[in-house]
Design a binder for this molecule. Structure first.
Ligand SMILES: Cc1cc2nc3c(=O)[nH]c(=O)nc-3n(C[C@H](O)[C@H](O)[C@H](O)COP(=O)(O)OP(=O)(O)OC[C@H]3O[C@@H](n4cnc5c(N)ncnc54)[C@H](O)[C@@H]3O)c2cc1C
Length: 492
């Protein structure tokens, strides 16, 4: 991948800075930090505009919170797996189309609560008894009514509060909406599903913000071949340095100096930072000069949630042919669900998904204990369940390259938060999913944030270095945009 050796030679370290300037004065250079979809999108734009680009990635792989694992002999996404918004307006649609990737639509609904159709769910209680579908549908309607009532609570209060607090106010006002016994457990399961979207518990979801997201049309589609091919395509021909953990960024004198953990320094006209918010919150990168207080407070004010997956491969399929198997329980914390990859991909794989505090607590267990816990649940539902032949467990919360799964709007979020997060600092630009106010926590949001950061950086450099000879743009992205293939969708 280290293809453009001329740039490598010129940007090796501070000692050759003057050489770079003499030899390449007409070509702006940019360092992109982070090789997730946001960083790759930014690098792609600048590379295609004939800028000198180098991408520094701390892991030994690209993709960040997109991670398609192939060790089961089939693609399994341990990070993002859905395209939220299966439509041509999705900024990723042209690339997915041109790669001929297939989407399996789990829901045609555009709401954040129903990314999976209820028809393809089978719910069980903790003892393994099947929940009648009628109860699932009825409680679903009650849940919608409760949420509708929370809008009134929102209108009555100037200050923000959590969704859970609002739900409890609604239930005090409308005792008829309270659910008992199994119906209560199903209501908890709906709350668990809502928590999964935001990756935090309902007592931390902002009433003011939860339904303000601009969800694209077309519903929600699983990437049948995984997200991996998208990452590979974006990375083509870019000078990428894996295993380069950025430790320090110095910004001054119209140059940015980026130092990686082993001490090597890279110098360029500008840099785009796309590392996860968890990394910035934990101060794992030192900034010189220090980040201003307004930026630091924006980073600390936005929330980062937890989500983890446990993927299990079996010899054969012992579960029914539905997309989801859910477990209802007296609290949303104890509810859970499995995605049946067999239905979408034909491979005998179940993926258990946990979010919020439960996902956080799962990371305290060994992988083996986490799998045993999940298998206990499966055994209750299906006493004949066999042992998995292989398993994978994610640790997004403790992984030092992510420190969380994705961002969410916390209760009482300041209104100018996104503006402050996005604002550049001289030659430093910011990307990453957390900056996408309309589609935070999503792959397409992260992609767009990278594109915007690159375009702003490009404009800034072209203005600053006004006498540039702009080289003709390369054709990669144009080819994609012009592609006329339709999106390939199964289960319409
Ligand atoms: C379990 C899970 C499920 C998800 N499901 C979905 C889904 O179904 N659909 C959807 O749209 N979205 C989903 N998401 C969210 C989506 O994955 C993210 O929003 C998106 O991938 C973030 O991309 P990014 O480029 O902003 O960040 P990242 O992908 O995290 O990229 C940042 C990169 O920076 C690197 N890095 C960190 N520190 C340093 C350093 N010091 N120096 C250099 N590099 C560094 C990291 O290794 C990483 O590669 C999910 C996320 C998770 C965790």
């Amino acid at each position: 991948m280290d293809s453009d050796d001329s740039f490598s030679n010129h940007l090796l370290n501070g000692t050759v800075t003057s050489l770079i300037e003499r030899q390449n004065s007409s070509i702006p250079s940019v360092i992109v930090i982070g090789g997730g979809i946001s960083g790759l999108a930014a690098a792609r734009i600048l590379h295609d505009a004939s800028f000198k680009v180098i991408l520094l990635e701390s892991r030994d792989r690209l993709g960040g919170r997109i991670h398609t694992d192939y060790s089961f002999g089939c693609p399994v996404d341990m990070g993002a797996s859905w395209l939220h918004g299966v439509c041509n307006e999705n900024p990723l649609a042209p690339l997915i189309r041109s790669l001929g990737l297939t989407l399996y639509r789990t829901s045609g609904d555009n709401s954040v609560l129903y990314d999976h159709d209820l028809e393809s769910y089978m719910l069980f209680d903790m003892a393994g008894h099947k929940v009648p579908q009628q109860i699932v549908i009825e409680v679903g309607d009650v849940f919608k009514r409760i949420l509708k009532e929370t809008e009134k609570v929102r209108d009555e209060h100037c200050n923000d509060m959590s969704v859970l607090q609002a739900v409890s106010i609604v239930l005090d006002r409308h005792p008829e909406l309270r659910q008992e016994g199994l119906a209560h457990e199903v209501l908890q399961w709906y709350i668990c599903r809502m928590e999964a979207w935001f990756a935090v518990d309902a007592d931390m979801i902002s009433l003011k913000c939860w339904d303000q997201e601009h969800v694209l049309s077309g519903g929600h589609g699983l990437m049948v071949q995984g997200y991996g091919p998208v990452i590979q395509a974006l990375a083509k021909d870019i000078d990428i340095r894996l295993n380069n953990r950025v430790a320090r960024i110095s910004n001054g004198c119209n140059k940015v100096m980026v130092t990686v953990q082993d001490g090597m320094t890279f110098v360029a006209d500008a840099a785009i930072i796309t590392v996860p918010l968890g990394i910035l919150k934990a101060n794992l990168i030192q900034f010189e000069p220090k980040l201003p207080e307004w930026k630091v407070s924006a980073i600390s004010d936005i929330g980062v949630g937890s989500e983890n997956k446990i993927a299990l491969r079996f010899d054969s399929v012992f579960w029914p042919n539905v997309e989801f198997l859910g477990i209802v329980a007296p609290t949303s914390y104890a509810c859970g669900y499995f995605l049946n990859l067999h239905k979408a991909t034909g491979h005998p794989v179940l993926v258990y998904m946990a979010a919020g505090r439960f996902a956080h607590d799962l990371e305290k267990l060994s992988d083996e204990s986490a799998v045993n816990f999940v298998m206990l649940q499966l055994k209750r539902m299906f006493p004949d369940a066999t042992k998995p032949v292989q398993y994978l467990v994610s640790h997004w919360g403790t992984d030092p390259n992510s420190l969380g799964c994705y961002s969410y709007d916390p209760v009482g979020m300041p209104e100018d938060l996104y503006e402050r997060l996005r604002a550049p600092l001289g030659n430093l630009f910011f990307g990453g999913e957390a900056l996408s106010m309309e589609n935070q926590g999503s792959v397409h949001g992260a992609y767009s944030a990278g594109v915007i950061a690159a375009e702003n950086c490009q404009r800034h450099l072209l203005q600053r270095l006004g006498n540039l000879v702009k080289l003709p743009p390369l054709s990669f992205r144009q080819g994609i945009l012009e592609s006329t293939f339709p999106l390939q969708i199964s289960r319409m």
